[in-house]
Structures are given as structure tokens and as C-alpha cells.
Design a protein around this ligand. Structure first.
Ligand SMILES: [Zn+2]
Length: 215
């Protein structure tokens, strides 16, 4: 079975696609995540959006909160990003659903926010393409990784990181690209030097652990 842990579109290309819905999506996918992205925060509407998130988060098909997180390159004021991220950590912990995290150049702040708010839900750092040292720090925190199109880049950070994070700690995704998740699986198998079937089984088992389900 193929699982795409983070896509912005229902692609009908995997057995499970966790579609990242945005705030104005009206069509709901079979499985989705829902959250306030740090790029699109607005001081005049965020309270209303958080209230909406609290409702949607309870829906059965809403499997995770996100993508949400911290981005030091974004124009959005960082303190404001932090405030809204903390609200989402609280919601995820109240309802006990995983967080899908977007993090750019703010990994220390990410860890602090999660730890200071007593986070206990699984954290999936999506679109991971950072160096080995950061990967090790995140592994020590028990976070999960999701790798996507960066795996395709020759000797990319993602391609190196997937070798060190351990098979129990990762997922694969297509994010906002129109690549096939099958191609990402193939590339991951190649990088790890193992059979694609083993990756499929491992990711299925990782999914069952994180989402407390049996597939
Ligand atoms: Zn995304």
C-alpha cells in the first residue's frame, strides 16, 4: 500500500492521501489535515480561523493538525507565528491528534514551543531537507520526518537525512508538487538500498503507530 502523508491535492494515486486542506476548502478529502500555515496568518482573522479549526479538528476524517509551524523566512511576524502555533499545539493535544509541522530555520524554537507546552502528540516534520545534525536533534526528540521531492536532488540534505533517521521515523509525501508518490517510494528505496516492499510495510506500520489505527 502507498501512503502519501502530505499533499495539497487529492491525487488518487495512493491508498491513503492525507490532503492538507486550506481554510477555505469546501470539498473535503477522504483523509485530511487542517491547520493555520505560518505564511497565511492574518491578525484580523486568525481567531475566527482557530475557532473553525477547533471544530474541524474533531471530525473523524481530520487525522492531523497542520500544516502549522514556524518559518523564519516568512514575512509573517515571528512572535505572531509562535502564538498561533502554540494555540495549535494545544488543540492537537486536547484532541490527541498528530501535528504536521512546517519549519524553516526555526528548529530550536520549534522544540522549545513543543516542550514548553507539554506536547505529547506525534510530530511529523514535513518536507524535511535540512542537515544531518538537525535531523539527529529531531530524532532525539522523537519526531517523525516526511520526505518529498527533495529526495530526488542529487546528494540533497533530504537524501542524506533519510539514511540516518531510521525507518521507524519517516513518511513520504508529494506536498504541492504533482509528482507521483510511487516515484518518491522508488527513490527512497534506492537511497536506502532496500526493497520497495519493505518501505511500504514500514511506512504502513509507522502510520498505524502515529495514527493509532490498523490498516
Ligand atoms: Zn505543504
Amino acid at each position: 500500500m502507498f501512503i502519501n502523508i502530505h499533499t495539497h491535492f487529492q491525487l488518487y494515486d495512493a491508498n491513503i492521501e492525507l490532503v492538507n486542506l486550506n481554510m477555505d476548502s469546501t470539498v473535503k478529502a477522504n483523509h485530511y489535515s487542517y491547520g493555520l500555515h505560518p505564511w497565511h496568518l492574518d491578525k484580523t482573522t486568525y481567531e475566527e480561523q482557530l475557532a473553525k479549526l477547533k471544530i474541524v479538528a474533531h471530525e473523524k476524517r481530520c487525522l492531523a493538525i497542520g500544516e502549522c509551524g514556524l518559518d523564519k523566512i516568512s514575512k509573517t511576524d515571528f512572535d505572531f507565528q509562535t502564538e498561533v502555533f502554540i494555540e495549535q499545539i494545544k488543540i492537537a493535544n486536547e484532541i490527541n491528534k498528530p501535528l504536521i509541522v512546517h519549519c524553516v530555520k526555526a528548529f530550536n524554537e520549534l522544540i522549545n514551543c513543543l516542550n514548553l507546552n507539554d506536547n505529547t502528540v506525534p510530530v511529523i516534520v514535513h518536507g524535511y531537507n535540512n542537515n544531518d545534525n538537525i535531523a539527529r536533534v529531531l530524532v532525539n526528540q522523537g519526531y517523525y520526518f516526511s520526505f518529498g521531492k527533495a529526495l530526488l536532488g542529487y546528494e540533497s540534505n533530504a537524501a542524506k537525512a533519510i539514511r540516518i533517521v531510521g525507518r521507524k521515523n519517516f513518511f513520504l509525501e508529494t506536498d504541492d508538487s504533482d509528482l507521483s508518490i510511487k516515484y518518491i517510494y522508488k527513490k527512497a528505496a534506492e537511497l536506502l538500498g532496500i526493497d520497495e516492499e519493505i518501505i511500504k510495510q514500514q511506512i504502513q506500520s509507522n502510520f498505524e503507530t502515529v495514527f493509532k489505527t490498523t490498516l
